[in-house]
Write a protein that binds this ligand. Structure first.
Ligand code: F6R
Length: 243
C-alpha cells in the first residue's frame, strides 16, 4: 500500500487523472473500474478536460462501475448510471455500450446477475485500474463493515450510517434506496491497480483504520493492505489521523 498525501483535494484529483490517462494512453484496450460519490467528481472533470484538450480518448476503454442502487432504473436521476453519464460518459468519446454497472432488475435472479457481472469483467480481461472512494465507516463500493473479504458481486443492505451520509443527495420526499448491487471485496482486489481517493476531515478515521488498523472486515478498506498495487491518494485533512 502506497500512501501519498497532497495539500488539497484538487491535487488528489489531478494525480488520479494522471494515473488514468497514463493507463489509457499506454494500453490498447484499457479496462477501468469506476466509482461514484462526491470524491471522484473532480477526477472526472479533470479527465473531461484532458479529453477536450485532445490529450485523451476513451474510444477503446471499457468500464465497470463498483455499484448501483436497486429499486430505481438508469433513467432515475439518483441512479449511478445517470451519475456516470452526467459526470463523465456524456462528455467523452467512450462507447456507452462498453460501460457497465452491476444491476438487478425486478424478476432477475441476484445470484445470476452477480455471477454474470463477474464473468463480464473476466471476459474484458479484468480491471486494469480500479478507482475507489471510502465511506466514513470504511466501506469500499457498498461493502459495508463486516462484509466478507472474499465477497463477490452481490446485493448489500446499506447501513444506517451510509444512508445518513448520502441523505444529503436526496430531497426530503424522494425515495432513497436501501439496497445496492456491489462488486465484492475480492472483486476489487482482483484489479491490477487500485487507486483510492479520500478527501476531507470526515474520512480521517476511516483512512486511519484502513492504513494502520488491523486487516478486518470491520473496516472493509483495510483489505487493500493485501493488494500489491494499492495507491492511496489523500488530502491533508483525510490524512490528519495518520501518525
Ligand atoms: C461509490 C461507492 C462508495 C463511495 C463512498 C464515498 O460508487 O462505491 O463506496 O466511494 O461512499 O462517497 P463520497 O465520495 O460521496 O464521500
Amino acid at each position: 500500500m502506497q500512501v501519498i498525501i497532497f495539500d488539497d483535494a484538487q491535487q488528489v484529483a489531478d494525480s488520479a487523472a494522471q494515473w488514468v490517462a497514463e493507463l489509457i494512453n499506454k494500453k490498447p484496450n484499457p479496462v477501468l473500474g469506476l466509482a461514484t460519490g462526491s470524491t471522484p467528481i473532480s477526477l472526472y472533470k479533470a479527465l473531461v478536460n484532458k479529453h477536450k484538450a485532445g490529450e485523451l480518448s476513451f474510444k477503446n476503454t471499457t468500464s465497470f462501475n463498483l455499484d448501483e442502487y436497486l429499486g430505481i432504473d438508469g433513467t432515475n436521476v439518483q441512479s449511478y448510471r445517470h451519475f456516470m453519464n452526467e459526470n463523465l460518459f456524456d462528455h467523452v468519446d467512450i462507447d456507452k455500450s462498453q460501460t457497465f454497472l452491476p444491476t438487478c432488475n425486478q424478476g432477475e435472479n441476484p445470484r445470476e446477475q452477480g455471477l454474470a457481472y463477474e464473468e463480464k469483467i473476466k471476459q474484458a480481461g479484468g480491471v486494469d485500474l480500479q478507482i475507489l472512494g471510502i465511506g466514513a465507516n470504511g466501506h469500499i463500493g457498498f461493502n459495508e463493515p463486516t462484509s466478507s473479504l472474499a465477497s463477490r458481486t452481490r446485493i448489500k443492505t446499506l447501513t444506517q450510517q451510509t444512508l445518513d451520509d448520502n441523505s444529503r443527495l436526496f430531497a426530503a420526499d424522494e425515495f432513497q434506496p436501501t439496497l445496492a448491487m456491489t462488486m465484492g471485496i475480492a472483486t476489487i482486489l482482483d484489479a491490477r491497480y487500485v487507486i483510492l481517493m479520500a478527501t476531507g476531515k470526515n474520512k480521517a478515521k476511516a483512512v486511519k483504520d484502513m492504513v494502520t488498523g488491523a486487516l478486518s472486515a470491520v473496516c472493509p478498506a483495510s483489505a487493500l493492505q493485501l493488494h500489491e498495487n494499492a495507491i492511496i491518494l489523500l488530502d491533508k485533512e483525510a490524512a490528519s489521523e495518520l501518525e
